[in-house]
Design a binder for this molecule. Structure first.
Ligand code: PMP
Length: 349
């Protein structure tokens, strides 16, 4: 385990946070007269009142997430998508030009983009050929300046969950932060790592409202971590990173978890159907097992077939040049009707 304070970048330790509107008041009654934040007192042109700054700490939303996920609110940080905490992780812990992080390709692209943006070296240790963690290889790549290892499970773009034992081996043996990105966990049979943050202060779990929850357009990501890390993130985050509309819609969605579960069940049943159909297609040479709401397949002539589908109005993701995914096409699970069209067009390829 690690000492979070010792692990922070030096200048972050003594930083004074921005003082948000009404920050010093735990609970502001709406009967108060607010003349402190230079807002428009009359409302908006929209008929709905969005004239006030939102709660900078999204207390009501976190309360509901806390109940749903069975985790204290002090362990929850919300971001403008889960891409925001990815960037904040670099800013909190990784010294530009000095420190480095480790990513495990093929994997989600933003870990590396954020590294470049923050002028940080990104070491790459490929997944094994069966798409699991190469624990020895990863630990061998660690040096004194390695601050974070990014694990994506279920992994994008391959779709598989990596083995729990290997993630735990990393958490236990790496003297730094292990991020487990669970953007697709709601589609997986594997349990989440959320409950393990209590035992492991160096574990950070990311989840999102963009996938199973169907709220990609609202931009809301979740980070679950040691309370000390959450406290630091509240110091360094942009003041009102989750807007009022998103907070309201999240509260509504959190009251309708059954609808989310229904949609997930439909996507899982469509995932099974697509896999069965792909098995019958001579075009498809390999189907990667999926714990996510997409399937990676390997086909003949991926580039040409990708283009043919795009020309017919079906946009999928061409991953044909990606390590371990050569000739790969990544296909998101659509509605039944969309998948019917996809299958029909694929049969003609
Ligand atoms: N992690 C993974 C593995 C993803 O695939 C994505 C989105 N494609 C994200 C994080 C970011 O999602 P968001 O910012 O919408 O929460």
């Amino acid at each position: 385990t690690i000492d979070i304070q010792a692990f922070l970048r030096q200048h972050i330790k003594t930083m004074t946070p921005y003082s948000s509107a009404r920050d010093e008041f735990e609970d502001v009654s709406t009967t108060n007269i607010f003349l402190d934040a230079n807002e428009n007192p009359y409302g908006t042109a929209l008929g709905e009142p969005y004239n006030r700054y939102p709660d900078p700490y999204q207390r009501a939303v976190k309360q509901k997430i806390s109940v749903l996920k069975d985790i204290p609110t002090k362990n929850i940080f919300l971001g403008n998508g889960s891409d925001e905490p990815i960037d904040l992780l670099y800013r909190a812990f990784v010294e530009p030009k000095e420190d480095n992080v480790i990513i495990l390709p093929p994997t989600y692209g933003m870990y590396k983009v954020s590294a470049e943006l923050n002028n940080v070296t990104c070491k790459e240790v490929a997944l094994t050929t069966d798409l699991d963690l190469d624990v020895d290889g990863i630990l061998a790549a660690v040096d004194n300046n390695t601050k974070i290892i990014f694990v994506c499970s279920p992994n994008n773009p391959t779709g598989n969950a990596v083995s729990t034992d290997r993630i735990i081996a990393l958490i236990e043996q790496f003297n730094g932060i292990v991020v487990v990105d669970e953007a697709y966990i709601d589609f997986s049979a594997q349990p989440s790592f959320i409950q393990k943050i209590e035992k492991y202060p160096n574990l950070i779990v990311l989840q999102t409202f963009s996938k199973a929850w169907g709220m990609a357009g609202l931009r809301l990501g979740m980070m679950f971590a040691n309370a000390e890390i959450v406290r630091v993130f509240n110091v360094i985050k942009p003041p009102y990173n989750i807007n009022q509309l998103t907070q309201e819609k999240a509260l509504e969605a959190l009251d309708n978890v059954d609808k989310v579960r229904d949609m997930v069940a439909k996507m899982l049943s469509e995932r099974n159907r697509l896999v069965e159909e792909f098995k019958e297609m001579p075009l498809v040479k390999n189907i990667f097992p999926s714990d996510a709401n997409f399937i990676l397949i390997q086909v003949d002539n991926a580039d040409a077939n990708y283009q043919t589908l795009v020309d017919q109005g079906i946009i999928i993701r061409n991953r044909s040049k990606v390590l371990l995914c050569e000739q790969g096409l990544r296909i998101s699970i659509g509605t039944k009707e969309e998948n019917d069209v996809l299958l029909e067009k694929m049969k003609q390829l």
